[in-house]
Design a protein around this ligand. Structure first.
Ligand code: FEO
Length: 400
C-alpha cells in the first residue's frame, strides 16, 4: 500500500470500515466510514494521533509499521475517547511498550476506566494551550469539551497550520482511494456531513460554537485532519461554514415534513400540504414517512431546513410511535429556530395528537404556527384546512 503523506512528515494511518452497517448501533452507513489516525514525524520523535476501532486493529498496526518501519512511536495523542478512536489503544501500547499517552485529565481517567491502563508514568497530562515538542516540531493542544464528549480536544501542528480536529468537521463515508480533498471529488461527502453532524454532534451546538470561536485565531488553516472522512485542504472554508451554520441552528430554505400513518389517511394530508407549499413557492420540500425513512435522514433534514411540519395518526390516545420517537430525537438535540406546524388524524379522540405535540412544543420552546386535526379521512373542509396550514407555514418562512 502507498501511504499518503498529507504534508511534510504527516502521514495518514487510518482505516476504512465497509462492514459495520450501523454507526454507534444506530446510524446507517450506506457508504461505510473511515476511522482516521495520523503519524507526525517530529524528526527525533514520532507521534501517533488517535487510534481506530478495535475491529480494524490488525490493519492499523500494519499501517503504522509500514509508515515507520523499525521505529518506535514515542507519543500517542488521544484527542477523543469514543471507542471508534480509542479502541486500539491497548494494542498500540502492547506493540510500542514505551509509548507515552498524551491527554487531558478526563482522557486519562477514561483510559483507565475503559482499558485498565493504570501506570501513571504512561501518561502526559496536558491542559488547554499546552505544547509538546515531539523531537523538533511542536504540537499545541486545545481543549474543546463536548465536541463530542467532555474530554475532546484538538491538536495543532504549528509549523504546518494543520489541525487534528477529532470528530469536528467529520463525515460518514469511507475513503475510496483519496485521503485529501484535493485528490478526489468530495461533493458526495457533503450530504453525509449533514447527517453525521446532526446525528452525532447535533446536541452540542453551543459547544461547537465555543470551539469555533477558540480556534478562530488559528485561521487560515492549511489542513484539517478529522477523525472521519476526507482531510480538508481545498474546501476548508466550506466545511467550517457548514459546521458554523449547523451548530448555530441557522437553517436553509425549505421544509421537512415527517408523518406517521397507519392506513394512508394522514399520509394524504402530508401530500396536500406539500403540494400547497410547492404551489406557494417553497422549492426544497422533503417528506418522510416515519415508518419507512431512517431516523438518521429525518434528523438530518430537520436540522437542515427552516420549516418542520409533523403529522401523526392518533395511536393509543397519543402520537404514532415512530413520530413520537422522532419528536424525542428533536427534543434531545435541542433543535430550535424552526417554523413548526403539526397535523393529526383521528377517528374518535380528536385532541390527542395536538395535546402531545403541544407538550413537545412547550418543552422545546418551539411554537406551533399552525395546526389541524383531520377526522377519519380528508374531505373538502379538511383539505382546505391542510392548504391553510401550508399557507401559514409558507408565510412564516423567512428564507425563500
Ligand atoms: Fe467518531 Fe465521537 O467518535
Amino acid at each position: 500500500m502507498n501511504f499518503k503523506e498529507i504534508t511534510r512528515g504527516v502521514y495518514y494511518a487510518g482505516v476504512n470500515d465497509r462492514v459495520t452497517t450501523l454507526f454507534e448501533g444506530l446510524w446507517p452507513l450506506p457508504y461505510g466510514v473511515s476511522y482516521n489516525s495520523y503519524i507526525v514525524d517530529g524528526g527525533d520523535g514520532l507521534a501517533l494521533i488517535d487510534t481506530v476501532r478495535i475491529d480494524e486493529v490488525r490493519e492499523f498496526l500494519g499501517n503504522i509499521g509500514r509508515i515507520a518501519p523499525g521505529r518506535k512511536i514515542d507519543w500517542l495523542v488521544v484527542n477523543h475517547m469514543e471507542p471508534d478512536h480509542s479502541g486500539s489503544i491497548p494494542e498500540v501500547v502492547r506493540a510500542y511498550p514505551d509509548i507515552r499517552i498524551v491527554g487531558n485529565s478526563q482522557t486519562i481517567s477514561m483510559i483507565k476506566g475503559f482499558y485498565h491502563i493504570d501506570d501513571d508514568g504512561r501518561f502526559l497530562e496536558v491542559k488547554d494551550g499546552d505544547t509538546l515538542d515531539i523531537g523538533g516540531r511542536t504540537l499545541r493542544f486545545y481543549l474543546t469539551p463536548m465536541v463530542h464528549w467532555p474530554e475532546t480536544m484538538m491538536t495543532y501542528l504549528e509549523d504546518s497550520r494543520l489541525l487534528f480536529s477529532g470528530d469536528a468537521f467529520g463525515t460518514f463515508g469511507a475513503l475510496d482511494g483519496g485521503v485529501v480533498d484535493s485528490e478526489m471529488e468530495t461533493d458526495r461527502f457533503f450530504p453525509e456531513m449533514y447527517r453525521y453532524y446532526s446525528n452525532i454532534v447535533g446536541k452540542y451546538g453551543k459547544f461547537v460554537q465555543r470551539a469555533l470561536e477558540k480556534l478562530s485565531g488559528l485561521l487560515p488553516l492549511d489542513y484539517i485532519c478529522s477523525t472521519h472522512g476526507p482531510v480538508w485542504h481545498d474546501r476548508i472554508n466550506e466545511v467550517i461554514a457548514l459546521t458554523d451554520r449547523l451548530s448555530s441552528c441557522r437553517p436553509e430554505a425549505g421544509v421537512t415534513i415527517v408523518y406517521g400513518s397507519m392506513y394512508g389517511n394522514t399520509a394524504e394530508v402530508a401530500e396536500v400540504v406539500a403540494r400547497e407549499l410547492c404551489r406557494l413557492g417553497v422549492r426544497n420540500i422533503r417528506i418522510h414517512n416515519a415508518s419507512h425513512s431512517s431516523m438518521s435522514d429525518m434528523i438530518s433534514d430537520a436540522f437542515r431546513y427552516e420549516g418542520l411540519i409533523v403529522g401523526s395518526a392518533t395511536y393509543s390516545m397519543g402520537l404514532f410511535p415512530p413520530v413520537e420517537s422522532f419528536m424525542r430525537a428533536m427534543e434531545t438535540r435541542e433543535i430550535k429556530g424552526k417554523v413548526f406546524a403539526a397535523f393529526g388524524g383521528y377517528t374518535w379522540a380528536k385532541g390527542s395528537v395536538m395535546a402531545e405535540i403541544g407538550k413537545f412544543s412547550e418543552r422545546m420552546n418551539m411554537p406551533v404556527v399552525a395546526s389541524m386535526a383531520m377526522r377519519q379521512t380528508l374531505d373538502d373542509a379538511s383539505r382546505a384546512e391542510a392548504r391553510a396550514l401550508a399557507a401559514s407555514v409558507a408565510s412564516a418562512l423567512t428564507l425563500k
